[in-house]
Design a protein around this ligand. Structure first.
Ligand SMILES: NC(=O)c1ccc[n+]([C@@H]2O[C@H](COP(=O)([O-])OP(=O)(O)OC[C@H]3O[C@@H](n4cnc5c(N)ncnc54)[C@H](O)[C@@H]3O)[C@@H](O)[C@H]2O)c1
Length: 140
């Protein structure tokens, strides 16, 4: 069992559902939690129930949102020890000819690319502790 107390935890897609349950479990264990979610109402509700937590609003398939979440988390809690890449969407459920290519691309962006981006940019402070500059244009 890994000791989880006192960690700074970033959970994506945590305004509701499984991500919210994960975020609240980390809070209950005495950790500091920052969430990122695309739904402002879900964030509002989460923060109302968990006033000790902080949040970034945005779509994690966009790299600038990941960078903003990490930057805001560094500003609020000073670091990122644990990243929970929870966000995922079911995507369109229809015959292939009925699926809008934009929906297809968005599903891949959320379910695939966002995890690669979160690992690259979201774990930057873990891999380079003390370095305050986020990757920005730099490659990891
Ligand atoms: N619920 C299940 O039965 C199930 C089964 C297998 C896997 N999963 C996976 O577990 C994870 C959580 O599932 P869930 O059922 O709690 O999901 P959910 O659909 O309830 O969504 C959870 C949260 O993610 C947020 N979100 C959606 N797209 C986002 C984006 N692009 N950027 C930021 N936030 C976004 C939503 O606003 C919501 O608050 C997902 O990756 C899902 O694919 C779920």
């Amino acid at each position: 069992m890994i000791a989880r107390q006192g960690k700074s935890v970033l959970v994506t897609g945590a305004g509701s559902g499984i991500g919210r349950a994960i975020a609240e479990a980390f809070l209950a264990d005495g950790n500091t939690v920052h969430i990122c979610d695309v739904n402002p109402r879900a964030i509002e509700d989460f923060l109302r129930s968990n006033p000790g937590a902080t949040a970034t609003e945005g779509d994690v398939s966009r790299i600038e949102v990941v960078d903003r979440a990490v930057a805001e988390m560094l500003g609020h809690v000073g670091g990122v020890d644990v990243l929970v890449n929870n966000t995922g969407v079911a995507g369109p459920i229809a015959g292939v000819e009925e699926i809008d290519p934009a929906d297809w691309d968005h599903t891949l962006a959320v379910d695939l690319s966002s995890h690669y981006q979160n690992l690259g940019h979201g774990t930057w402070p873990v891999r380079y502790p003390g370095e305050r500059d986020l990757p920005g244009q730099r490659r990891w």
